[in-house]
Design a protein around this ligand. Structure first.
Ligand SMILES: [Zn+2]
Length: 204
């Protein structure tokens, strides 16, 4: 494809929805308090531990951070807007179900997941052995290949609220790709934007 950077028509082209929004990035961050009498669920995996995360849903902090990254990338706010903790429908719900709802919302907006990279921060328990199952659960809910999902776990060396085992936090970054993306459209200096499968906007 040849671009003509001094061409007015090309300027119109780069402003079209398809081009501007072919990829979008988002970040997410979440924290939940560790308490007795709750299950510890991370990335949809139930983990044996003497403490669990407190929350309205299953308090899956990893899945929540990923959902916030996805919603942020799409410009759709955050999980508090879509799944308020005052709504009884979400009481005790699996966060993987909520993640599937987020993916459906993204598809409505014309996006699929490019990749997700997330970090769990917890002093205890050791999480490495559970990461493959977390990746499997999350990639299925994200409707993407498992190779596009990366999960890491670390500690904060005994420092702060995670180090003192008061809570667990998670951070996530994601990339969304437009389902309308197309590389088959040819533009030159003689033609305006004729619309394309990725554009939905037609200029004759
Ligand atoms: Zn949360």
């Amino acid at each position: 494809m040849q671009y003509f950077f001094d061409d007015f028509e090309f300027v119109e082209f780069v402003r079209c929805r398809f081009w501007e929004d072919s990829m979008r990035i988002g970040t997410g961050y979440d924290v939940h308090r560790l308490v007795e009498g709750r299950q510890l669920i991370l990335g949809g995996v139930k983990i044996e531990h003497n403490l669990g995360l407190l929350g309205h849903s299953d308090a899956d902090v990893l899945t929540h951070a990923i959902m916030d990254a996805l919603l942020g990338a799409a410009g759709l706010g955050d999980i508090g807007i879509h799944f308020p903790d005052t709504d009884d429908r979400y009481k005790g719900i699996s966060s993987l179900k909520l993640l599937k709802e987020v993916i459906s919302k993204l598809l409505d907006e014309g996006y699929v997941v490019g990749n997700v990279d997330a970090t769990l921060i917890a002093q205890k328990p050791k999480l490495a052995e559970f990461i493959p199952m977390m990746k499997k659960n999350l990639s299925e809910a994200l409707n993407t290949d498992i190779s596009r999902v990366n999960i890491k776990a670390t500690t904060e060396e005994g420092l702060g609220f995670t180090g003192h085992e008061e809570g667990i936090s998670a951070q996530a970054v994601c990339l969304l790709e437009s389902i309308y993306d197309s590389s088959s459209v040819v533009y030159d200096s003689q033609s305006a934007c004729n619309g394309c499968q990725g554009c939905r906007r037609i200029i004759q």
